[in-house]
Ligand binder design. Sequence first.
Ligand SMILES: NC(=O)NC(NC(N)=O)C(=O)[O-]
Length: 332
Amino acid sequence: MRPTWTRLPDLASRAVGGSVVWADDELFAERENLIAHAEPEFRPRTFGHKGQVYDGWETRRRREPGDDRAIVRLGLPGVIRGVVVDTAFFKGNHPPFATVEATRATGYPSPAELSGWEVVVPRSPLGGDRKHYFDVSARRRHTHVRLTIHPDGGVARLRVFGEPVPDPDLLVPGAVDLAALENGASVTGCSDMFFGSPNNLIAPGRAAVMGDGWETARRRDDGNDWVEIRLAAPGEVRLAELDTSHFKGNAPGWAAVRGSDARVDPDTWFDVLPRTRLQPDTRHRFRVSGREITHARLDIYPDGGMARLRLIGALTPDGEAELVRRHRRLSD
Ligand SMILES: NC(=O)NC(NC(N)=O)C(=O)[O-]
């Protein structure tokens, strides 16, 4: 019988925005497979450059003491109720033991900056080619989990079931995305669109792959890339979302958002979000307290790609009236 907590959402799944942000080794099979939504598959006698292809995370055979580790940032931070370590198809190369730890971080730390790990599944024996169900009795919200395999081997999936606990600071009541294409915003200029159109930045929904985002060529000068957006209508931004999902080796190092009010002076730009460090493959959300703006400019430093930019806020009464007038004028 599967434990009842398997009916809860998988907080780690890629389907809800989880990311395997780090692993000490992934020679045989890529760490990203650990949180794939689909059940693992196997095709026998499929050999790539490094060996048999597995649908999981697989490290090389250790020739020195130590253990292998992977860190997952939960797509939905929350209270963990149970963990599944699935060694599907790993037989003869599964790890004999695993430990799972969890921690809670604020902001967007790099994997090396994470600390305060607590054991949620103590070192436990694993068998090959099977699902292992571990009850977890956590009493607080976690944002990251760390899987340690003792000493090495392959794990097909890590599923982290629990109850999501959102950060209320990131919930903006009654707000709209002032920068969304579907709300009438548009791109008015950009420095470069070599690999991907800036229209993608403000497209509906989440990006499914890297190609769904805006991406510039590698810069070989001292400048930086940027995009300018005319908002759907004048408004005050309360939350800026800068989503680098899928950009792992080519996310910008930093970004800034500036705003201008073309009704007053189109050439005066002020900070909405000052220059801020970014992480790869991360949906960053920052509370900002905005002035009224009609245009926004995203600067990325120095170059790279971004999946989405969302500028969530409130239309001004003027902004609302402008949208109504435009709709009427163009619907008659
Ligand atoms: N036949 C294997 O699976 N061998 C090795 N693994 C891969 N992926 O080839 C190994 O040593 O664990």
